[in-house]
Write a protein that binds this ligand. Structure first.
Ligand code: ADP
Length: 473
């Protein structure tokens, strides 16, 4: 009986234990054997005429120049099988037909199982971690977020994959991610701080460390990162920095006190001591009482001066934060109270005082009155002899604070002294020229600092000065 080439092949492969596909030279399926049907569920009639690659075999692992490769085949039940395929091209006498023999690849299945187990192990470890963990693909698009992240943001994974999570980053911190691009290109590890929106609507400070990921063959696979909420840590750090600054400030103050005690208070004491010596000598030698009286006056002056220094020092040291009853204070009322306290000084000098409409701030009324009073008092005291003193109080504001300015047309200050004048008992003039102890501006500085502000001076020597200070809104 005459048999076609295909008939002969069918006869040959029908009882074969391994799955066989016979295709023509163009890879159109001509026949599959019962073992193939048993493996995939597809009857011969269902697949003949189809291209083998279309329906049945998806080649996944090419071994170039070999006729053996691995493939994934679809089964009729929509499942997939991993198989090893060997491909035999028959000669001319068989019209160039191709025989594929398929053997199920259990080893690969096992590997898949191991992979799955390792993936499960990773995700259960990552999900049990209190640290937020994410992963991106080689295009830096996020595809994995662990439970801690999802719980923190309160949003489903679908909304955050790709670049969706960036919507939760604080607007002002988004540029930090643009700045990262170069590092990512170079596949470098990085650390970054930014604010991320928590599910309760509060932005929290996040510390993130990102590390590049590689496949076993060295191919770049994306980044993996871990994030910690460091808000509480930052707060503690901030408080510590504040305490340190406060400690530094009070240490400096202590040093100044020591300096004052050893220098400024010594000066009248030295005077008292030397005049007492002279008085003693006068009494011993019987010199005219007129001179002795004069010496005694010097002693009285020095005692008075010492009393003044001590009472100033006491006032200064009593200014502190403890128990300050901060309340809303209308600074128009405060400035007017200061002006009333200075009525005599103002009228003696014919001084002209003007003020802008001033805001209400949170503070301590009597301290703020003292601040305005000291600055206005100085503005008149250090007047130029050839001009009527003019003092103006103005205010500007920015987002968080008011900036006040007390300006005058007085004698001005050389810029080399700008810093010194705010130190306790530091003066630029002799007592005979302008009275005072040099405590006024030190008190101003302390009051402003106790209110969380700053004070500084700007001046045009010979023309006038502007004393600036800030108060919180
Ligand atoms: P005092 O007024 O008792 O000298 P302050 O601490 O108030 O002490 O001022 C320190 C020094 O700063 C003054 O001695 C003076 O030299 C300078 N000063 C303060 N205010 C003015 C001002 N408005 N114009 C010029 N100099 C000033």
């Amino acid at each position: 009986m005459y048999q076609t080439a295909l008939d002969q092949l069918v006869l040959l492969f029908e009882p074969y234990a391994e799955a066989v596909v016979v295709a023509d030279a163009n890879n159109t399926v001509l026949y599959v054997n019962p073992a193939f049907t048993a493996l995939t569920g597809y009857q011969c009639s269902e697949v003949t005429g189809k291209r083998h690659t279309d329906l049945l075999i998806v080649r996944v692992n090419y071994h170039v120049n070999t006729d053996r490769w691995e493939a994934r085949i679809n089964t009729k039940t929509n499942g997939q099988l991993w198989v090893r395929v060997s491909e035999t091209r028959l000669g001319e006498e068989w019209d160039g037909k191709i025989i594929y023999t398929l053997v199920e690849n259990h080893g690969l299945e096992q590997l898949k199982g191991l992979l799955k187990e390792s993936e499960t192990r990773f995700s259960s470890l990552a999900d049990a971690s209190p640290v937020m963990i994410w992963m991106t693909d080689p295009d830096n698009l996020c595809f994995y977020l662990n439970k801690a992240w999802l719980e923190f943001t309160g949003k489903p994974l679908e909304e955050q994959v790709g670049v969706g999570w960036l919507k939760l980053v604080h607007d002002e911190d988004l540029n930090k991610f643009n700045d990262l691009n170069d590092l990512l290109q170079e596949r470098r590890q990085y650390s970054l701080e930014y604010r991320l929106l928590r599910k309760d609507g509060v932005y929290r400070h996040i510390m993130e460390i990102g590390t590049p990921r590689y496949l076993p063959d060295g191919t770049y696979a994306g980044y993996m990162g871990s994030c910690l909420d460091i808000t509480d840590l930052k707060k503690a750090q901030h408080e510590l920095a504040n305490y340190t600054a406060e400690l530094k400030r009070s240490n400096e103050e202590l040093e100044q006190f020591a300096y004052v005690a050893s220098h400024d208070l010594q000066e009248p004491l030295r005077m008292i001591s030397s005049y007492i010596q002279l008085i003693k000598k006068n009494l011993e030698t019987g010199r005219p009482p007129q001179e002795t009286f004069e010496f005694m006056n010097f002693v009285t002056d020095a005692v008075a001066r010492m009393q003044m220094l001590i009472s100033d020092l006491l006032q200064f040291s009593r200014l502190n934060r403890k128990g300050l009853p901060f309340a809303p204070v209308d600074l128009n009322a405060v400035a007017n109270a200061a002006i009333i306290n200075l009525t005599q000084r103002i009228s003696e000098n014919n001084a002209k005082i003007t003020l802008d409409n001033l805001p209400t701030v949170t503070g301590e009324r009597s301290q703020l009155t003292r601040l305005f009073q000291n600055l206005i008092d100085n503005a008149i005291k250090f007047r130029s002899p050839d001009r009527i003193p003019e003092v103006h109080i103005s205010v500007k504001e920015d987002e968080n604070r008011y900036v006040f300015c007390v300006s005058d047309n007085g004698i001005g200050i050389e810029d080399k002294h700008y810093h010194r004048i705010f130190v306790i008992f530091q003066r630029l003039h002799a007592r005979s020229e302008y009275e005072g102890t040099g405590i006024g501006l030190a008190i101003c500085r302390k009051i402003v600092e106790l209110h969380g502000g700053e004070i500084w001076v700007d001046s045009c020597y010979g023309k006038g000065s502007c004393f600036y200070f800030t108060l919180k809104k």
